[in-house]
Design a protein around this ligand. Structure first.
Ligand code: 3PY
Ligand code: MG
Length: 255
């Protein structure tokens, strides 16, 4: 079976860098995968593209070593099954707030006896290999998002559930839940105190810390111990690059 490089990196305590994709564009997914990101997340939570477009993005990445992941819209078995059966090599689960929710995520991702995932889906073997069913429990990456005050309070209960590979902080939702104004680069003491509590809860569990960040803040996050690190969004690269080019052109042009 094709190995999950991100699981290996995290297992060795090494950083794995990726980005989120909301454009729903197979060509964008292919282009980003060819840049050498360790992983890419197809973000179904906040972007209204259908399952066939998710499959096309997975196919577009499959010629590269980039590990294809899906953030499902919600922590529900039908979404998780659809992503994994389409050949995603792991899932990011939004808003995991309790131990029971973490256990439900593990049950949906792992085949029996560890979980209750049903068996099916042609792309699993096409992408993963003929021994997919026998080995998938060791290779699928499960990332649970801690992005609420409840998730922070229950972090120890959540992260001690066997079968979770990484947790992932969503700064926007966590700020909102803590009553703080939304920003991608929070500096609020309350925010950092919450992050410290989750890191303490993860210590000794083998669950890798992760966070949604950007290129400029990545070194700080690595130094703080984060390992599953998201650098922005596909749409922010598109609009950021285009806005900079347009501004530069306008600056040099006559009024
Ligand atoms: C958040 O910041 O809430 C996120 O979900 C980022 O992916
Ligand atoms: Mg969120």
């Amino acid at each position: 079976m094709r190995a999950n490089r991100v699981k290996r990196l995290l297992g060795e305590g090494k950083p794995a860098f990726g980005t989120f994709m909301g454009l729903g564009s197979p060509v964008a997914a292919e282009s980003l995968a060819h840049l050498g990101f360790d992983w890419l997340v197809i973000d179904q939570e906040h972007n209204p593209f259908d399952a066939s477009l998710m499959v096309s993005q997975l196919q577009a990445m499959s010629a590269t070593p980039t590990v294809p992941l899906v953030r499902v819209p919600w922590n529900e078995g039908v979404w998780i099954k659809s992503a994994l059966d389409a050949g995603a090599y792991g899932v990011v689960i939004p808003m995991v707030n309790t131990r029971a929710e973490a256990e439900a995520a593990v049950a949906a991702v792992r085949y029996p006896p560890q979980g209750g995932r049903r068996i099916g889906g042609a792309r699993t073997r096409l992408y993963g290999g003929n021994d997919y069913v026998e080995r998938a429990n060791d290779e699928m990456l499960l990332v649970v998002m801690i992005e609420s005050a409840a998730g922070v309070a229950n972090a120890q209960d959540i992260l001690s559930v066997p079968g979770i590979d990484a947790y992932f902080i969503g700064p926007s939702d966590l700020c909102a839940s803590l009553g703080l104004a939304q920003t991608w680069e929070p500096e609020y003491p309350e925010f950092w105190a919450a992050l410290g509590k989750v890191q303490d809860a993860a210590r000794g569990t083998g669950v890798a810390p992760g966070i949604h960040s950007n290129g400029a803040r990545a070194k700080r996050m690595v130094d703080l111990g984060y390992r599953f690190i998201a650098l922005g969004y596909d749409s922010s690269y598109l609009t950021g690059g285009a806005a900079a080019a347009l501004a530069e052109a306008r600056k040099g042009a006559p009024e």
